[in-house]
Design a protein around this ligand. Structure first.
Ligand code: ADP
Ligand code: MG
Length: 241
């Protein structure tokens, strides 16, 4: 087993709030690693620390054997970390293809290669017919596909998806699952964040559970859902509030 990403005792504080408390986990090359936890448990913060948008207060992040804890976000992208944001970060008034091509140009210092990769990523995500449209005209599903194309175009080693199923109808979520599986089989490792278990159960090889910034469980999805602490967090807490 070779690890592509190692997070060691990651701690992140916002003032008096400890959003992540010594969270450690490894992601194995080629796997789909799920991160679940209730709202506010620190999932997005963890992704932000991995991509470099936030500096951790403690801990270390290794990508393929290289310490990236202090690297700038764009350097991490060049090393192969790509992410899909929770909510949209596309440019609404630039055509679909340009939204993808801008990412490609930042990654490849070669305009022709950037254009070729853009066509490929648009084709793979089924967006070729909408290439000239503005993102504001896309359905939520197509917008998500645009985010996916922006990830694919950088040819990542590891793709981080923050709630990729949010707001999708179930048939659309199934298509998203198929797409993730397809790219996983092509060699991309995934970290997928979800607050609901449902979709992750279908695709994740392993899941880690966060609660209030603390890792409370990790294992195969079918094991994790039987974990008493996880059941308490997911089904016990709310009824007592
Ligand atoms: N930039 C920030 N400043 C202050 N507090 C934050 C910030 N980002 C997140 N938090 C807090 O950190 C905790 C974890 O948030 P987040 O990582 O977004 O959780 P999740 O993605 O699991 O819903 C929450 O209590 C949230 O309010
Ligand atoms: Mg979040």
């Amino acid at each position: 087993m070779s690890e592509i990403l190692k997070c060691e005792e990651i701690t992140k504080r916002f003032g008096g709030l400890t959003a992540l408390n010594k969270v450690s986990f490894n992601v194995v090359k080629g796997e789909i690693f799920g991160i679940i936890g209730p709202n506010g448990s620190g999932k997005t913060t963890l992704l932000n620390v991995i991509t470099g948008l936030l500096k951790p207060d403690g801990g270390r992040i290794m990508l393929d054997g290289t310490d990236i804890t202090k690297l700038e976000p764009h350097k991490r992208v060049k090393l192969g970390i790509a992410r899909m944001f929770q909510g949209m970060r596309v440019f609404p008034y630039l055509p679909v293809y340009l939204n993808v091509e801008l990412v490609a140009r930042a990654v490849y210092n070669n305009a022709r290669l950037a254009r070729a990769k853009t066509s490929w990523a648009l084709t793979m995500s089924g967006l070729l017919p909408e290439a000239a449209e503005l993102p504001i005209k896309l359905t939520p599903y197509k917008l998500r596909m645009l985010e996916f194309a922006r990830i694919l175009v950088s040819n990542p080693k590891i793709a981080l998806l923050d709630e990729p199923f949010a707001g999708l109808e179930s048939s659309e979520a199934e298509s998203m699952i198929d797409l993730i599986k397809k790219f996983n089989s092509l060699g991309i490792t995934f970290i997928i964040i979800e607050h609901r278990l449902r979709y992750l159960m279908k695709i994740a090889n392993r899941v880690m559970v966060l609660n209030q910034g603390v890792k409370i469980a990790e294992g195969k999805p079918e094991e994790v859902v039987k974990n008493p602490q996880v059941i308490e967090v997911y089904f016990g807490g709310e009824t007592r509030k």
